[in-house]
Design a protein. Sequence first.
Length: 223
Amino acid sequence: MLKKKLVGLVLVGAIVCSVPVAAFAEGGQGDTTAASTNKFHSVKQLFVEKAKAFGIATDGKTNKEIKAELKTAATANHTEKLNAAAAKLGISTDGKTAEQLKTEIQGAVTVKLQAKATKLGVSADGLTNKELKTELKAAAVTKLQAKATEAGIATDGKTGKEIRTALKAAKEAKKAAKQAKKSEAVNKKAAKLGISTDGKTTEQVYTEIESALQAKWAKKAAK
């Protein structure tokens, strides 16, 4: 089972698209004016909705002003995501442009993906990062299925995540069973030595058993 998720990049593209706005003809009449008015309102609404997503106030602002703020916000968001990805990969951002940073991040991701591919026995030759991720996911699922089968867990129709959950549950159940068996043995030993187990953890009872045995052995040695 892979302990970590495959490293991926989410690079945000430009959110603001350029939408032409027809100018109002002073004194215009009829369908042309109505169409222009409708277009103006639809574009305005589009900008307002996008601005809300970024928490940008739109009251009293023109489409051009809103568009400019959206572009600034999108650029800042893009930079923030790049910086976060760089930090995760241990890449310095000092004095680098967004494009330089993007190139370094993609290179680092490629190296990590190829390392994982080698570990899983997957050939990375001629594959893009996206294609390699797909191959790695498939290989990881195959590995999980093998582990599940060995543990007696059915994998039919289950996703990789579901198999991981089932494997984790089986591991915890096995651990709990082992702990229960240990507790039972410790409690039996305590009963023989006349040690009460009420309200005590297995570790506490075990400590008392050790103390009782040491005292018993010391008493025998003194005779």
